[in-house]
Every structure is written in structure tokens, then in C-alpha cells.
Design a binder for this molecule. Structure first.
Ligand code: PMP
Ligand code: GLN
Length: 383
């Protein structure tokens, strides 16, 4: 294999591995997080109109179509409590993934330390490695997955350049509290650290409240707020994301973005303009639909015998499988897939020491009720 040293340790993503297993076994895929329905119609219509009317086939500006940057600024200004400048503070990217990559590559130097909260989204340590930075890990532990503030404090030093915060959190389902966010903000200020916040599950909050780190005192100047269309509008395949940050940090994001992808497909950007205009009811319906699905799956898994960690946010759920006599998540996921033809994700890959995550598995509930119910019926074979 000719893979470079900085990428070789990461292998193939767990999402590709488990989705391939689901196809091979003709199993129900509660692993990789994508809905099994089509995306929001009004967004698709807007993208289709932009294709039909012509004039949108060539490169848009690298930082994104101006009307989309204006629409993002109009939507997020009130959420971030400030007027946003579409010219200097908003950048359109290929999904949140590219916004993350551009933040790392554009703002972090080799040797800088970056604090990652684990379990982490699997791309974060890869970006740390691509950048040549040094990861420092804060582990969230079940049952509550709270931030250990003492431990967090001990990770900050003069070498720390950034902390990455995924809130609401995949895979734990945590929605971080005001106390946790205030403590993170205070440490960032004290040590002159930037925060890269990944908020792709911002509209899926069932308990607590989604608080944005960028709104804490002194934090706007040092925070990148990243998100995308994928989860909120059920358009994971469109890969349309954005970064919102002060001009100084945006300069770093754009410095990398212009050479990573340069820009994002024009028709998709026109669809996203419509998405930014979604009425309040759209978000309310999204939340209530997912809340029902969360409880459908959680109640069902409990009756099968799983020890369920009911998530406060996201469309993921962690569950303990001790009752079934397995020691580690990978072998249990394999057994589950082969015995019941239901695929889940072994979350040990989201920890730098696999053993810290080997006692739980992750289910996604972004699936229609029929499929969730069928998966639960199949899993009764475990008992
Ligand atoms: N961050 C987190 C926490 C995710 O779970 C995901 C994937 N679904 C992403 C980022 C990637 O988002 P996108 O598909 O917009 O690149
Ligand atoms: N974010 C999705 C998940 O956690 C997967 C994204 C991907 O496949 N890269 O399931």
C-alpha cells in the first residue's frame, strides 16, 4: 500500500466498512448516519430551478455565491446575536467536512496542540495528522458523558492552538450545558485558543438547549461556527457546508479552501439559498419527528435488553450490550449483523484508545418508522 504515513494509520472509515457490510448481508443499516428518505422538497426545487433557468453552470466565487452568503448571514445573525458580514465572515464549503479541513489547514501549524473531545467524529484526528499538529484528548465517559472540567483545564497550555467542539455531539448525543460551555470559553480566553465548533446537529435537540460557543463573552473573535445542509435538510449527499467566523479567522479558512476545492457546485448553492429561508415550522417538525423516532428506537432497544443512553440531541444513540455476553463493540456489531441483519457502528474507533469505547455500540435513528420497527423485530432474535 502506498498510503502516506500521516494517513496510513486511519485505514478505511468505519462508515464505509459498515455500509458495505449492510449491503453484503442485505441488512438494515442503522450504522452510517443518513436518512432513508429524500431531502427537503423546497430545497431540491430551488436547485432544479437554478439548473433549468441556466446561467449557473460555471465557477461561482471561491467563497460562495453572494446570495447564499447573504442568506446564511441573515439566518445566523440572530442566532449568533450579531450582524454578520457576508463578504468577510461567511464561506461556503463542500460540506462541514471541508469546512473542518480548511479550518485546520488554514489556521493550525505543525507542532501546535489541538484538544479533541472523544468520542470524536472520525475525521478530526485525521485533520490533526494532515496538519502535523499534536492531539490532546479529553474523554467523555458514560453514563453522562459530561466534560471533566479539571481534566480539561490540565490539557490547556501555551502550546494549545485550538479546541474542537462538536455540539450536539455525535456519537454520545450530548447537548453541552451552559456550565460546560462557559468553562470552555473561559479556558480559550485565558490561553488565547481558537474554537472550531461543529454544529451539524444544531436543529436536533430534544433536551436542554443548543447554545453556541461563539455567543459567549469574548468568543466571537476566536470561534469558527461550522455546519451544513446534510442533517437538517436530509441532504447528506449534497455536501454543502459553511464556516462563519470573524474576518481574521475566515482569512485562514479561505486560504485553504481556495486550494482544497476552490468552490462548491453552483446549483447546490442555489438550493441552499432556499434552505436558509425555511420557516420556523420546518425546524419544529424536524425536531418532533426525530424525537418520536428517538423514543421508538430507545424503547424498543430497552425491551430487547440493551442498556440505552437516550440522547439529548443528534440522530444517534449509544447502547450497552453487556446482557448479550460480548466484551467488545466490534465483535458484538459483527454478531448483531450476522445474527439479526441489523448493522450498527462500533464506537471504539472514535477514541484514541479503543478500549475506552468498546462497551457501547451506536445506532442511527434517521430511518422511517417501518424500518426502525422491522430492525427491532429482527433484534428480538438476540434474546
Ligand atoms: N461533523 C459531524 C459530527 C458529523 O457527524 C458529520 C457527518 N455526518 C460531519 C461533520 C460531516 O458533515 P458533511 O456531510 O456536511 O461534510
Ligand atoms: N456523519 C455520519 C455518521 O456519523 C457519517 C459520515 C460519513 O460517512 N463520512 O454516521
Amino acid at each position: 500500500m502506498a498510503v502516506a504515513d500521516r494517513l496510513a494509520p486511519f485505514g478505511v472509515t468505519i462508515f464505509s466498512e459498515m455500509s458495505a457490510l449492510a449491503l453484503e448481508l442485505d441488512a438494515i443499516n442503522l450504522g452510517q448516519g443518513f436518512p432513508n428518505w429524500d431531502g427537503a422538497g423546497f430545497v431540491k426545487d430551488a436547485a432544479a430551478r437554478s439548473l433549468a433557468e441556466g446561467g449557473h453552470d460555471q465557477y461561482p466565487p471561491s467563497q460562495g455565491v453572494l446570495a447564499l452568503r447573504e442568506a446564511i448571514a441573515a439566518r445566523y445573525g440572530p442566532l449568533l446575536g450579531r450582524e454578520l458580514d457576508p463578504a468577510g465572515e461567511v464561506t461556503v464549503t463542500c460540506g462541514c467536512t471541508e469546512a473542518l479541513a480548511a479550518s485546520f489547514l488554514g489556521l493550525i501549524d505543525p507542532g501546535d496542540e489541538v484538544i479533541l473531545i472523544e468520542p470524536f467524529y472520525d475525521a478530526y484526528p485525521v485533520f490533526v495528522s494532515m496538519t502535523g499538529a499534536v492531539p490532546r484528548f479529553l474523554t467523555l465517559r458514560p453514563p453522562g458523558f459530561e466534560v471533566d472540567l479539571e481534566r480539561l483545564r490540565s490539557l490547556f497550555s501555551s502550546r494549545t492552538r485550538a479546541i474542537v467542539l462538536n455540539n450536539p455531539n455525535n456519537p454520545t448525543g450530548r447537548v453541552f450545558t451552559d456550565e460546560e460551555l462557559s468553562a470552555i470559553a473561559a479556558l480559550c480566553l485565558e490561553h488565547d485558543v481558537i474554537a472550531i465548533t461543529d454544529e451539524v446537529y444544531e436543529e436536533m435537540v430534544y433536551e436542554g438547549e443548543h447554545r453556541r460557543l461563539a455567543t459567549y463573552d469574548g468568543m466571537w473573535e476566536r470561534t469558527l461556527t461550522l455546519s451544513s445542509l446534510g442533517k437538517t435538510f436530509s441532504l447528506t449527499g449534497w455536501k454543502l457546508g459553511w464556516s462563519i467566523a470573524p474576518a481574521s479567522l475566515t482569512a485562514g479558512v479561505r486560504a485553504a479552501h481556495q486550494f482544497l476545492t476552490f468552490t462548491t457546485p453552483t446549483p447546490v448553492q442555489h438550493g441552499a439559498i432556499a434552505a436558509m429561508g425555511a420557516p420556523k415550522t420546518f425546524y419544529e417538525e424536524l425536531r418532533s419527528t426525530y424525537l418520536e423516532k428517538r423514543d421508538l428506537l430507545a424503547d424498543g432497544l430497552e425491551s430487547v435488553g440493551f442498556d440505552v443512553h437516550r440522547p439529548q440531541g443528534t440522530y444517534f444513540m449509544m447502547a450497552g450490550f453487556e446482557r448479550f455476553g460480548f466484551d467488545d463493540d466490534r465483535s458484538f456489531c459483527r454478531y448483531l449483523a450476522e445474527k439479526t441483519r441489523v448493522v450498527a457502528i462500533p464506537p471504539s474507533v472514535f477514541y484514541h484508545r479503543a478500549e475506552d469505547g468498546s462497551k457501547l455500540i451506536r445506532f442511527a435513528f434517521c430511518k422511517d418508522d417501518h424500518l426502525l420497527t422491522e430492525a427491532l423485530v429482527r433484534m428480538t432474535a438476540l434474546t
